[in-house]
Design a binder for this molecule. Sequence first.
Ligand code: PMP
Length: 286
Amino acid sequence: MERTVYLDGQFIKESEAKVSIFDRGFLFGDAVYEVTAVLNGLLVENEGHMLRLQRSCDELQIALPVTIEQIIAIQRELIKVNQLDEGGIYLQVSRGNAGDRDFAYPSADVKPTLVLFTQARSLLNTPKATKGMKVITTEDIRWKRRDIKTVGLLAPCMAKQGALDKQVDDAWLIEDGYITEGSSNNAYIVTQEGVLITRALSNDILHGITRKALLELAEKENMKIEERSFTVEEAYQASEAFVSSATTFVWPVIEIDGKTIADGKPGSVATKLRNIYIELALQTAE
Ligand code: PMP
């Protein structure tokens, strides 16, 4: 069934939604995006996603063409017309169509292009959540402003495909011997002493909305947390490893570079954090 999508003020059939070849999102990857999870037809942690969207736009001097309140109304309308129960809403705003190709930002009268569409998928009952996932490590070849959520995602696409080509699920990215994050998620380990470790916030990683919530939950559970860089070797030796994102919530990692993590089964910390995160998400979705 064709989805109804949103493009620049209009709700239209996906086959009718067309963007110019001069759109800067297409020519330069000059665009930012957000993905908000949907559970029971409600938006999960959307406030955090909207704040990060605003920040990404501010960093790139892209003026949102509508208010955040209007975006939320569009998200709700898309959920309704597409009868989306579980999945996500993708939002992208590009610097727009400047009528030609030129590196310089166009004048302010060029209106940014705003696109939103729904994606139906299972978030709660996914095999990876119960069985865990396998990852390989690969060099992090991305740019230096990974805190801005841009659509310039070719390096993560290459990392992900490289992992799939090796019959594993995903890639963890390495810079100077330390894990930065997953191809599209934040990365965590739990040490043999039970300390939860994830890289500290900086321009080296995306500031995950799920990461923030998970760390708050872990603190409430009195877990020991260290926000610091960790090496691949530490990850091999960990008692647990896992990832987080808006569309995975928490997925355990049971193998890294062919080395089994602990007993090769999803760990108790990852499982507990996933469960309490989902509980919170269901309670607070709106
Ligand atoms: N890091 C990267 C590189 C990502 O692409 C994502 C998901 N978009 C995340 C982390 C997780 O962020 P969030 O929890 O906000 O989905």
